[in-house]
Design a protein around this ligand. Structure first.
Ligand SMILES: *[C@@H]1O[C@H](CO)[C@@H](O)[C@H](O)[C@H]1NC(C)=O
Ligand SMILES: *[C@@H]1O[C@H](CO)[C@@H](O)[C@H](O)[C@H]1NC(C)=O
Ligand SMILES: *[C@@H]1O[C@H](CO)[C@@H](O)[C@H](O)[C@H]1NC(C)=O
Ligand SMILES: *[C@@H]1O[C@H](CO)[C@@H](O)[C@H](O)[C@H]1NC(C)=O
Ligand SMILES: *[C@@H]1O[C@H](CO)[C@@H](O)[C@H](O)[C@H]1NC(C)=O
Ligand SMILES: *[C@@H]1O[C@H](CO)[C@@H](O)[C@H](O)[C@H]1NC(C)=O
Ligand SMILES: *[C@@H]1O[C@H](CO)[C@@H](O)[C@H](O)[C@H]1NC(C)=O
Ligand SMILES: *[C@@H]1O[C@H](CO)[C@@H](O)[C@H](O)[C@H]1NC(C)=O
Ligand SMILES: [Cu+2]
Length: 579
């Protein structure tokens, strides 16, 4: 009897080992993947303007990082320019490795000219498309690239994918982008807008002197492709569509979704979206189908209202007329101000929520923080001239705190128990300091000044936290893509107008809400996000419209160490840059 049981157990173990082997045979075993990034200038020409462009390894967009789920990653970054820099691995959880997160003055001091810092972290329980980008000044404009995490298990969707096509959106300036930021901060006005949008660094044929810089990708008729779409633009949310083709959304921010079909997508800066596209149209004479991106605009500021165009080129019989010109007709994109389309699209996003990929949304919460996300109009300091509206200066804030980056690493200060800095007080207000009709007031009748500082929000380890992000119509209401570092969150609710804590929670989706790292808070509305504070460290929360981060639309929250030895922030690496 006993020996029979033993045999059973041995058999079971054998079966388990075999099954495991089959699973790991699908992809390589976890490994350490090493990359070398040189941050360097490169002469680049677009729209007939040649300028030194800040790049990684001379590439624009930068090199793709491709790893497998479970891999350990080491990226040695050497700064070869006379400016400071840092790199952020956008959406990577950085569990216990906050030192490798990257935002300057939050988790590290900048990497100075001639210095090297090696970012070391593991990629755990995430799969799909993310991005990496510089997190210093406005360097993200050209210092960015795809971060692809291949899954250990087969994709949970069909049909079979012929190939994948990265589609990275960016913005091109004819001038120096860092100068655009410094000029704006010096005079208090709005920033210059970009001169072009780009697909994989190429503006396409709708711009002057640009037809030769057009992204074209050959595809096999009848096959299905996966587009890994990344919005690395600085200041613009975008609509994207491919002429005559339907897109099927299967993943956002490296989390699988319930698939759904759509003619176009809305994608905010910092967000990623994987879509399937089946190449099933009768090719037009040129065999080229245009794809295009154009902004989704909720701002009153001047903006880049142009359209970037690329092509899918059907591979076909030679009979296709080589001389016929490809269509430059923009595919069916929503109007630039089409908030109903953006809302409808975002409302279709749902976590896959299967036993294999469960949706771990907190059903109950320990704390709710309510914060405004707001633009501000600051009185001009005496004896200065300011170029914002009414001779004042533009700023932005959360709960009337306009975030100022201290000239030190907050994470290091936290780790070393610094109390010296007056700025690092743990008193970020958990409610708006003034209750008013956030989305109904006449802004110009209001005092739109803000306060400046680096107050920290401190939350206990392991709690279920809800943050309600409330837009205001100070200056004007806008859609703000809010990015949280170190944690994915669930968007349990969103709506227009003012959040009502007595009414709105009843409408939350606590079954299959979308899980993301960046939420596009509706214009003149609110979004409620939930997550478990399971990652000790100092984490930046900010608007991914870079202009708003420069104006202070940000906060930093601290998660202390948990009780267990594996719930503590790891010690800082030896090569961590100092200020
Ligand atoms: C911003 O645009 C203005 C007007 O086109 C131009 O004169 C100025 O040089 C630009 N600033 C920067 C920093 O590119
Ligand atoms: C693509 O769609 C447009 C209308 O949306 C139509 O005019 C055109 O003929 C279509 N092209 C092909 C090749 O089907
Ligand atoms: C973009 O803005 C410019 C200047 O305001 C205007 O002349 C042009 O018609 C606009 N283009 C589109 C496509 O809206
Ligand atoms: C502003 O300028 C006036 C006259 O030039 C001067 O008297 C005053 O001290 C200045 N104020 C400040 C705050 O610099
Ligand atoms: C910081 O304070 C905690 C608790 O007071 C202590 O355990 C830890 O050793 C201190 N860390 C440093 C680097 O001083
Ligand atoms: C806020 O203002 C809007 C627009 O004036 C109005 O429709 C709404 O009823 C107001 N809400 C509250 C709570 O007063
Ligand atoms: C924000 O702070 C400024 C400066 O203290 C103050 O003047 C303003 O009334 C405050 N606004 C709100 C909405 O709390
Ligand atoms: C780089 O950052 C350090 C630390 O904040 C600062 O002291 C230094 O002045 C900066 N260098 C440049 C070129 O901006
Ligand atoms: Cu914003």
């Amino acid at each position: 009897m006993e020996s029979a049981n033993l045999h059973c157990m041995i058999l079971l173990i054998l079966v388990l080992i075999l099954t495991c082997n089959i699973i790991t045979a699908f992809s390589a075993a976890p490994a350490t993947k090493r990359f070398h990034f040189n941050v360097e200038w490169k002469q680049v020409t677009r729209l007939c303007h040649t300028k030194p462009l800040l790049t990684v390894n001379g590439e624009y967009p930068g090199p793709t990082i491709a790893v497998h789920e479970g891999d350990h990653v080491e990226v040695e970054v050497t700064n070869r320019v006379a400016r400071n820099t840092t790199i952020h691995w956008h959406g990577i959880r950085q569990y216990r490795t906050g030192w490798a997160d990257g935002p300057a003055y939050i988790t590290q001091c900048p990497i100075r000219e001639g210095h090297t810092y090696t970012y070391k972290f593991s990629v755990v329980d995430q799969r799909g498309t993310l991005l990496w980008h510089a997190h210093f000044a406005w360097q993200r404009a050209s210092v960015h690239g795809a971060f692809i995490i291949y899954p250990r298990l087969p994709y949970p969707f069909s049909p079979k994918i012929q190939a994948e096509i990265p589609i990275i959106f960016g913005e091109w300036w004819n001038g120096d982008v860092d100068a655009v930021e410094s000029e704006m901060m010096l005079h208090g006005g709005g920033p210059n807008s970009s001169d072009a949008y780009t697909i994989n660094g190429l503006p396409g044929p709708l711009y002057p002197c640009s037809a030769k810089d057009t992204f074209v990708r050959a595809v096999e008729p009848g096959k299905t492709y996966m587009l890994r779409i990344i919005n690395a633009a600085l200041n613009d949310e975008l609509f994207f569509a491919v002429a005559n083709h339907t897109l099927s959304v299967v993943e956002i921010d490296a989390v699988y979704t319930k698939p759904f079909s759509t003619q176009a997508i809305m994608i905010a800066p910092g967000q990623t979206t994987n879509v399937l596209i089946t190449v099933n149209q009768a090719p037009d004479p040129s065999g080229m189908f245009p794809m295009a991106a154009t902004p989704y605009v909720t701002s009153i500021f001047p903006f880049d209202n142009s359209t970037t165009l690329g092509y899918l080129k059907y591979r076909g019989p030679k009979s296709s007329d080589e001389s016929s010109k490809p269509s430059v007709v923009v595919p069916n994109l929503p109007r630039m101000t089409d908030t109903p389309f953006a809302t409808e699209f975002l409302n279709k996003l749902r976590s896959l929520a299967t036993p294999q990929y469960p949706c771990r949304v907190p059903k109950a919460i320990d704390r709710r923080v309510i914060t405004t996300v707001s633009l501000n109009l600051q009185d001009c300091p005496p004896n200065q001239t300011c170029e914002g509206l009414h001779g004042k200066r533009f700023y932005a804030s959360m709960n009337n705190q306009s975030f100022v980056r201290p000239l030190m690493s907050i994470l290091e200060g936290h780790y070393k128990n610094f109390t010296a800095s007056q700025m690092l007080t743990s008193t970020f207000p958990e409610r708006p300091p003034k209750e008013f009709n956030f989305t109904g007031v006449d802004p110009l009748a209001e005092n739109m000044n803000t306060e400046f500082g680096s107050k920290l929000l401190v939350v206990p380890f392991g709690m279920n936290l809800e943050i309600v992000l409330q837009d205001t119509n100070f200056l004007n209401p806008e859609n703000h893509p809010i990015h949280v570092h170190g944690h994915n969150f669930f968007i349990v609710g969103q709506g227009f107008g003012n959040y009502d804590a007595n009414v709105d929670p009843a409408g939350y989706n606590l079954v299959d809400p979308p899980e993301r790292n960046t939420v596009a808070v509706p214009i003149g509305g609110w979004a409620a996000i939930r997550f478990k504070t399971d990652n000790p460290g100092a984490w930046f929360v900010h608007c991914h419209l870079e202009v708003h981060t420069s104006w202070g639309l940000a906060l930093t929250f601290i998660v202390p160490n948990g009780p267990g030895p594996s719930q503590r922030l790891l010690p800082p690496p030896d090569d961590l840059p100092s200020c």
